[in-house]
Design a protein around this ligand. Structure first.
Ligand SMILES: Nc1ncnc2c1ncn2[C@@H]1O[C@H](COP(=O)(O)OP(=O)(O)OP(=O)(O)O)[C@@H](O)[C@H]1O
Length: 262
């Protein structure tokens, strides 16, 4: 897969899979092409950028399909760093969360509201019956981010891309959001996760496998524990030197949920 801005290849020859039940992190320095990779996978590249090569979701080619034109079963859920701009400030949390349950899952308004409250409860949000009545501005950043995760999960996509979802949060709130992401992805009946970050500690708490890119090119790919124990590339060595130790789990080998290729 490549992403071009004009004639410049800002992502070049990047090739990796995310399998069902996996949580994979995409690591790279600032400007290395992580967000453009996410944008290509989501079908949300800026107008100035263009993706080439192959991006398959559940085996289906989607590289030329912007998010809004993708069939429901190959859409990709997303959680971004800025939870405030991801939500409509004028619409209550309940109405925003009801929408995917009504539109995609055909639930009645009452059943959709109940499903929204149950999902917020699973996100470890206190008093979800009250939270659904509030607007985004009436929540803390960590609460809003968990609402964004709930919103992404409500769409029941096979893959969730989380682009630096904890960067704007304090360390305690980061831990809560990481816990919720871990509990709600990477298992049967939940989406696989592509977690985009330059925080190796967060990556090691959440993910089993890591892909490291530099200047839009893959430079290292391994299990997170192996990567931490024996980093090969200079950027990975710098990341490891700056991070505390973590643990990783073995990836599971089945049909890929996502296959991005050149
Ligand atoms: N809309 C755009 N127009 C022109 N260049 C862009 C655009 N978006 C990104 N770029 C350039 O493409 C490269 C990769 O950007 P990208 O946002 O993917 O990096 P990143 O790894 O996500 O960085 P960060 O960690 O700082 O968010 C950078 O050099 C950036 O300046």
């Amino acid at each position: 897969m490549r992403v071009l801005i004009g004639t410049q290849r800002v992502v070049d020859g990047l090739s990796f899979n995310v399998f069902p039940g996996e949580r994979v992190c995409l690591l790279g320095a600032s400007g290395s092409g992580k967000s453009l990779t996410a944008g290509a996978i989501l079908g949300l590249l800026p107008a100035s950028a263009c993706a080439q090569g192959s991006i398959r979701v559940q085996g289906r080619e989607v590289i030329d399909l912007p998010a809004a034109r993708r069939p429901i079963d190959v859409r990709v859920g997303m959680v971004f760093q800025d939870s405030f701009s991801a939500l409509n400030p004028l619409v209550s949390i309940g109405s925003q969360l009801q929408e995917p349950f009504r539109r995609l899952h055909d639930l009645s308004p009452r059943a959709a509201l109940q499903a929204a409250i149950e999902l917020l409860d699973a996100m470890a949000l206190p008093d979800p019956g009250q939270i659904v009545r509030r607007s985004p501005a009436e929540l803390s950043g960590g609460q809003r981010q968990r609402v964004c995760i709930a919103l992404a999960l409500a769409c029941k996509t096979p893959l969730l891309v989380a682009d630096e979802p904890t960067t704007a949060l304090d360390v305690v709130t980061q831990a809560q959001v990481l816990r919720v992401l871990k509990e709600s992805t990477g298992r049967t009946g939940t989406p696989a996760l592509l977690f985009i970050t330059h925080d190796l500690c967060a990556a090691s708490e959440l993910c089993e496998r890591a892909i490291v890119i530099e200047r839009g090119t893959l430079v290292e790919s391994n299990r997170v524990d192996a990567l931490i124990a024996d980093p090969q590339h200079s950027f990975t060595r710098e990341l490891v030197a700056a991070a505390r130790d973590g643990i990783g789990l073995a990836p599971r080998a089945t049909e890929p949920t996502l296959a991005a290729g050149a």
